[in-house]
Design a protein around this ligand. Structure first.
Ligand SMILES: Nc1c(NC[C@H](O)[C@H](O)[C@H](O)CO)[nH]c(=O)[nH]c1=O
Ligand SMILES: CC(=O)[C@@H](O)COP(=O)(O)O
Length: 166
């Protein structure tokens, strides 16, 4: 059994009253599509209603923080899963985006009082990204599934204790 990964969920969750946003970048589409599908599948397993899973897109991962805030407001979401796939190229572009986006997504949730899941892969190679989207048989699982579970757990277990500001 793999050591890495979310493992068993800590209790049964019923997401039937949640409204969840999946906001995905369009860079690295093959991997993005698999991650979005994985997140969606897990949300449905945790009883989020299909009509309460809202999917929108942005051009690249750099656009995720701003659009996450906007999407939460636009759709009155309980939680958002921003999904992006960053793959190291030949310049420092990757490092700047990874750093800026991860910090902005972390900060956003404290600013607005709504959970923002970290659905961004920061990979050195295309193969690493494909493996983490479950696209290489026998390698790794689809991390989108973990993000779906994180969204439901965080929104149900912790949001009631945090004042919403948006
Ligand atoms: N190189 C990757 C990008 N780059 C695009 C930026 O995210 C952004 O859209 C552009 O700089 C305009 O603001 N995006 C990814 O999601 N993944 C990459 O590997
Ligand atoms: C999108 C860019 O600006 C691009 O030139 C970045 O190049 P790289 O991904 O090779 O670092």
């Amino acid at each position: 059994m793999a050591v890495k990964g979310l493992g068993q969920i800590d209790q049964e969750y019923d997401g039937s009253n949640l409204k969840v946003g999946i906001l995905h970048a369009r860079w690295n589409k093959e991997v993005i599509d698999a991650l979005v599908e994985g997140a969606q599948k897990r949300l449905l397993e945790l009883k989020v209603k299909p009509e309460n899973i809202i999917i929108e897109s942005v051009p690249g991962s750099y656009e995720l923080p701003f659009a996450s805030a906007a999407m939460i407001k636009k759709h009155k979401l309980d939680v958002v899963i921003p999904i992006g796939v960053l793959i190291k190229g030949s310049t420092m572009h990757f490092e700047y985006i990874c750093d800026a986006v991860s910090k902005a997504l972390m900060d956003l949730q404290f600013k607005i009082g709504v959970p923002v899941i970290f659905g961004v892969l920061t990979c050195m190679t295309e193969e690493q990204a494909q493996a983490r989207a479950g696209l290489i048989p026998g390698k790794m699982h689809n991390h989108g599934e973990d993000w779906g579970a994180c969204a439901v757990e965080t929104a149900l277990k912790w949001s009631p204790y945090v004042e919403r500001k948006i």
